[in-house]
Design a protein around this ligand. Structure first.
Ligand code: COA
Length: 322
């Protein structure tokens, strides 16, 4: 059997930091409110002219260095992003050119905050099929570009960043399983309701920004993530105690803690970066993974449960032996 294993991780955060205290000067909010309701203390914001591909490239180079892989060794590039540099070509193609790779498979995946888990699921299937042996999977976002900085209900939540993994074919798992879901019936609860084909008329002259019914999103997220934890353990014949690390999408500390409780995991087995990064959408899981790999918490042989929930709604998990 061929499996996909994580050979390297990397991440990148833009230099500029926006604290809750900075936001207090921009909208009617407070550090105490943001911390209590979300767990967020600060987030990073891309500089003017700094694009999603710039962040993706930095994260990718870091993962490639750890995996001892050069651009020409890669035969699959998947970038999960909701904030691509261009309508087309894909950010994956832009990244491929920068890495000096010519000819490998390259495409973007759009599943909002679940994008990285979707991309891992797709890369896993390419590698398991035997058609590809070395994949670069990136989650990268410049969400600051689709945020209404006068809307306190959304602008306190999000940040920019990128994370990446290099997956290589190996004889043992690796990625044990991925479980991917979506339900478009929830399309209006979390959305940027404008676009190329539909046009920007729906925004009535305003720019295209994230709109969210926070309360409802919160409720569905907690329920759905509880279900994906159950599904993942059950379908893979595992018990709560088999999971060493929960690496969740970093949207809100209360959502993360609810999922950890469902797993019976104490918080010291949960990678938590939401306090420092905010919600970086498709970048949040690979960012968190890289932080915990590099600081030595996640060790070879550990069993990881990655889970995410996002616009669509989309949701999913990846069960991995690191
Ligand atoms: N600062 C201060 N007050 C704020 C605020 C802010 N940034 N944003 C909203 N408020 C106010 C509201 O206006 C409301 O005031 P009111 O009672 O006078 O009407 C009050 O705080 C409570 O708002 P509510 O929306 O009920 O708060 P909440 O406890 O649900 O927390 C979220 C709001 C957004 C933090 C929470 O709903 C959430 O995290 N939802 C999920 C969002 C998410 O994760 N999205 C991405 C999924 S990938």
């Amino acid at each position: 059997m061929i499996y996909a294993g994580i050979a390297g991780t990397g991440s990148y955060l833009p230099e500029k930091v926006l604290t809750n205290h900075d936001l207090e000067r921009m909208v009617d909010t407070s550090d105490a409110w943001i911390r209590e309701r979300t767990g967020i203390g600060k987030r990073h914001i891309a500089a003017e002219g700094e694009t999603t591909c710039d962040l993706a490239e930095a994260a990718a180079r870091s993962a490639m260095a750890q995996a001892h892989v050069r651009g020409e060794d890669i035969d699959l590039i998947i970038v999960a992003t909701t904030t691509p540099d261009r309508v087309f070509p894909s950010t994956a193609c832009l990244l491929q050119e920068r890495l000096g790779n010519h000819g490998c498979t390259a495409f973007d995946v759009q599943a909002v905050c679940t994008g990285f888990v979707y991309a891992m699921g797709i890369a896993d299937k390419f590698i398991r099929s035997g058609s590809h042996r070395c994949a670069l999977v990136v989650g990268a976002e410049t969400l600051s570009r689709i945020i209404d900085w006068t809307d306190r209900t959304t602008c306190v939540l999000f940040g920019d960043g990128a994370g990446a993994v290099v997956l290589k074919a190996q004889d043992e798992p690796g990625i044990i399983a991925t479980h991917l879901h979506a339900d478009g019936a929830y399309k209006d609860l979390l959305t940027v309701p404008a676009g190329i084909s539909q046009g920007y008329g729906a925004m009535q002259g305003k720019e295209a920004f994230i709109q969210m019914r926070g309360n409802e999103v919160f409720r569905v997220a907690v329920n759905t993530l509880g279900q994906i934890v159950d599904e993942t353990l059950q379908k893979n014949g595992l018990d709560q105690a088999d999971i060493d690390w929960l690496v969740p999408h970093q949207a809100n500390i209360r959502i993360i803690n609810a999922t950890a409780r469902k797993l019976g995991l104490s918080t010291d087995h949960v990678v938590q970066t939401v306090e420092d990064h905010g919600n970086t959408s498709a970048a949040s899981i690979p960012l968190a993974l890289d932080v915990a790999v590099r600081d030595g918490r996640i060790k070879r042989g550990n069993k990881l449960l990655l889970e995410a929930f996002g616009g669509g709604f989309t949701w999913g998990s990846a069960l991995i032996t690191y």
